[in-house]
Design a protein around this ligand. Structure first.
Ligand code: HEC
Ligand code: HEC
Ligand code: HEC
Ligand code: HEC
Ligand code: HEC
Length: 499
């Protein structure tokens, strides 16, 4: 072989290697491209359909096969978490609110809340905590309690079919027959004793209660909410934070407002929570309802209750106060109502924006289904909108909550002072008629202080509104004390009783 030939061969080999290298590089590039585009695809289409979901799939673990990230986070609601005013999590029973604040024993005298009233904890516990509270084990409670403590979308429909509603469980949720099943089953289960009703459910709030199994779109399924929001829409209360209701009002109003058809996606991000985090009536005398006929403000709800009569014609009340005899009301977690009066609602900020903030997992952005206090994730929950350091934001919340707590305790002192004076007068034998004005003021004062106490953000959801309500509670308490003194002055205890 000549030197020339050898160098030619070397050149050919070199060229071949270059070509091979280029080809390899191209293949690698293509592979990389393919990889990137599947990643992008993954990011867009955030799930693989592994199991078929339908209107009977209650078990969240089955949904979890298609949506493992949301399911994992959902399960983490069983973790123990706590903040200065936020609820305590699992492991042991949550703290007792009546032991922490003994004034509540005086305020709730004669009611089931005086025997057991604890801090809330994560969604994973809602059914267990209800089944074990002394309010259920030591008092008779109706099946209506389960409305907000279980996944009952399917249980209601199945019961509805049993009591004669048309169609089958396969009917789409929004069909007329499915809605008829839901409502008939709800009415039937509400009327059952708790022990019988609770045997019909198995899970705490589940995917099917907030999502359409086919499209995964948000939806509301709780009958009390569906009726309540329709009544609210029909009221005259201005609702600038719920534009779909304002729009419905401007229309012909032939069909009742239906959140599942009319509400925007952003509104739904709050309405799904409003299914349960609201004031309600749930007692033995009639079906559970949300008192929104006149609006969502504390005095509008009070006016709705004042105008309401039980089916037997008697005056509406939650219980008769044990030591004064006043016909009093109990408020329960009005988060949706208080949020509605705040600047965040007015600015279009939804419950889910703060309580289910976006979470990045690799290339994927998901909604954090570990629903909990936003103070545990300020960076994701608040800093997306507020460009302040985390400590600064935490501090602002603490200032609002501490002020609200201080004012609330003063309001409770005022209510307790009125209750004590009324109790003394009653024990001294003062006639009911002379106590009447003060008893009515006890009802008003107590309702307001409890509205803020039972609301779980310690004033944060609407600080000025909470302060307004507490100021009224103090005023009504002191008015009550004055009314008592006036009636005593008009007819002193020593004087012979003529009434
Ligand atoms: C702008 C953010 C924001 C919005 C919007 C918001 N919240 Fe909150 N929420 C908070 C903060 C902050 C707290 C106080 C948490 C704490 O004290 O740990 C809170 C407290 C709560 C609590 C008690 C939490 C606990 O850990 O004990 C509940 C329940 C709650 N909110 C429900 C709702 C519901 C329902 C809505 C919508 C109707 C809503 N929130 C809207 C910020 C928000
Ligand atoms: C089916 C009714 C229901 C729905 C729907 C619901 N919640 Fe709850 N939520 C509860 C109950 C009941 C508890 C208390 C559980 C307990 O203490 O055992 C609770 C507890 C909470 C807590 C306290 C958690 C903790 O760890 O202390 C927060 C925060 C909360 N919910 C926010 C929300 C938000 C935001 C939404 C909407 C995305 C929502 N909830 C939807 C019923 C509901
Ligand atoms: C309209 C929805 C709704 C209904 C109906 C309802 N709850 Fe709840 N319940 C909630 C929410 C939301 C929480 C969490 C917020 C809180 O603790 O204030 C809660 C918390 C609780 C807790 C844990 C905290 C505590 O108060 O000790 C118990 C126990 C409970 N409920 C029992 C009951 C019983 C008993 C009934 C029936 C009389 C009932 N619930 C009816 C929504 C509801
Ligand atoms: C209390 C109501 C509620 C429950 C219960 C619930 N979700 Fe969601 N889910 C939401 C909200 C709110 C969003 C945000 C939707 C939006 O912005 O359009 C969401 C979004 C999603 C999405 C869309 C992607 C994302 O993360 O934003 C998926 C998938 C999802 N949820 C799966 C589940 C699964 C699986 C379960 C049961 C393990 C479940 N959800 C239970 C309220 C709920
Ligand atoms: C989606 C956007 C958004 C998110 C998320 C959000 N905020 Fe806001 N916040 C606003 C807007 C808008 C206002 C109204 C004032 C303004 O225009 O700046 C506001 C007002 C406030 C105010 C003053 C008003 C008041 O109620 O006294 C505080 C404090 C506040 N936010 C704290 C928080 C905290 C804490 C979080 C997280 C838990 C949070 N915000 C989450 C948009 C947001």
């Amino acid at each position: 072989m000549t030197a020339g030939k050898r160098s030619l061969n070397a050149t050919i080999i070199k060229l071949g290697l270059v070509a091979l290298g280029a080809a390899l590089a191209t293949v690698l590039l293509l592979l990389l491209y393919a990889n990137i585009s599947t990643r992008k695809q993954e990011a867009r289409q955030t799930f693989l359909q592994l199991v078929e979901l339908d209107e009977t799939t209650v078990d969240p673990a089955v949904w979890g096969k298609n949506f493992p990230r949301q399911y994992d986070a959902y399960q983490r609601t069983a973790e123990r978490t706590g903040t200065r005013y936020g609820g305590w999590g699992s492991e042991t029973l949550p703290d007792s609110r009546i032991e922490q604040d003994p004034r509540l024993k005086t305020i709730f005298a004669g009611y089931a809340f005086a025997i057991d009233f604890r801090e809330r904890r994560g969604h994973a516990y809602m059914l267990e905590d209800q089944r074990t509270t002394k309010r259920v084990t030591e008092r008779k409670q109706p099946g209506a309690c389960l409305h907000c403590h279980a996944s009952n979308t399917v249980a209601f429909r199945a019961q509805g079919l049993k009591v004669g509603a048309p169609g089958s469980l396969a009917d789409p949720f929004l069909s007329e027959s499915a809605q008829a099943q839901l409502m008939a089953g709800f009415d039937a289960i509400c009327a059952m004793p708790y022990a019988e009703a609770t045997a019909l459910v198995e899970h705490p709030v589940a995917c099917i209660d907030c999502h359409d199994p086919q499209t995964m779109q948000l939806r509301v399924t709780k009958p009390g909410f569906i009726r309540g929001i329709a009544a609210l829409a029909a009221s005259a209360d201005p609702l600038p934070h719920l534009p779909s209701i304002e729009k419905w009002r401007a229309g012909d109003r032939r069909a009742p407002y239906d959140a599942n058809r009319e509400a925007s996606r952003q509104e739904m991000r709050s309405l799904v929570c409003g299914q349960c985090h609201v004031e309600y009536y749930c007692g033995p005398k009639e079906t559970l309802f949300f008192p929104w006929d006149r609006g969502l403000k504390v005095e509008q709800i009070e006016a709705t209750y004042d105008a309401h009569r039980f089916p037997d014609g008697s005056r509406f009340l939650d219980w008769t106060h044990a030591t004064t005899g006043a016909a009093v009301l109990k408020a329960q977690h009005p988060e949706f109502e208080l949020w509605s009066q705040g600047v965040h609602a007015r600015s279009g900020v939804a419950c889910a924006d703060c309580h289910m903030p976006y979470l990045r997992e690799g290339a994927i952005k998901i909604s954090d289904h570990h629903v909990r206090s936003p103070l545990l994730s300020i960076a994701r929950a608040c800093q997306t909108c507020h460009r302040f350091p985390e400590a600064e934001l935490a501090d602002r919340v603490a200032i609002i909550q501490d002020r609200n707590a201080a004012l609330m305790h003063r309001a409770e002192e005022a209510v307790v002072a009125l209750i004590e004076e009324l109790t003394t007068a009653k024990q001294a034998g003062v006639a009911e008629a002379r106590l009447q004005a003060a008893l009515e003021l006890q009802r008003k004062a107590q309702w307001r202080v409890d509205f803020v106490n039972a609301e779980n953000s310690m004033g944060f959801h609407a600080p000025q509104e909470a302060a307004r309500i507490l100021a009224e509670a103090i005023d009504y308490s002191r008015q009550g004390q004055m009314a008592l003194r006036e009636s005593a002055a008009a007819s002193p205890l020593a004087a012979p009783r003529r009434d």
